[in-house]
Design a protein around this ligand. Structure first.
Ligand code: RP5
Length: 160
């Protein structure tokens, strides 16, 4: 199975990223996690992205806050799909990170999830890998059904 690469701009992003690693672990998807910053360690970030395909990654996830250029910087160096997680915090409480992550110029796409949307980033990565993996696709279908069952259970007699 292809691996998921997760890069965060700072170790301070780890509590958010943990939701992605938990989800990938639950789905038995192999992953690697790194702290590489677009600003503080730009060489390491770009080298990781450049080598990711030949190292067996199928999708990359990049989480960053503030001037969150990380997902774009990763996407600039690979044609693997890149998912950006804008992280809350800083003076604008995440609006800065959201716009920095989502507003990519034509030609270098980043699939941006919600602020702190690490679980959805992992699920989207899983869905991308599942395009070529029937077992994983079945697992995702089963998860959708069990998630729906939890909601329907709460619906039962909600105002009784
Ligand atoms: C970004 O700046 C990081 O992704 C983090 O969200 C934010 C603050 O980083 P630290 O100052 O906590 O290292 O680059």
């Amino acid at each position: 199975m292809k691996k998921v690469g997760i890069i965060m701009g700072s170790d301070s992003d780890l509590p958010i990223v943990k939701k992605a690693t938990d989800m990938l672990s639950t789905l038995d998807i192999p992953f690697e996690v790194h702290v590489y910053s677009a600003h503080r360690t730009p060489v390491e970030a770009s080298e990781f992205a450049k080598n990711a395909r030949e190292r067996g990654f199928g999708v990359l996830i990049a989480a960053a806050g503030m001037a969150a250029h990380l997902a774009g910087a990763i996407a600039a160096n690979t044609t693997l799909p890149v998912i950006g997680i804008p992280c809350k915090g800083g003076m604008m409480d995440g609006l800065d990170a959201l716009l920095s992550t989502v507003q990519m110029p034509t030609g270098i796409p980043v699939a941006t999830v919600a602020l702190n949307g690490a679980a959805n980033a992992a699920l989207l990565a899983a869905q991308i890998i599942a395009v070529e993996d029937a077992d994983l696709a079945a697992k995702l279908d089963a998860k959708r059904k069990s998630d729906a069952a939890v909601v329907l259970e709460k619906d039962k007699g909600i105002l009784d």
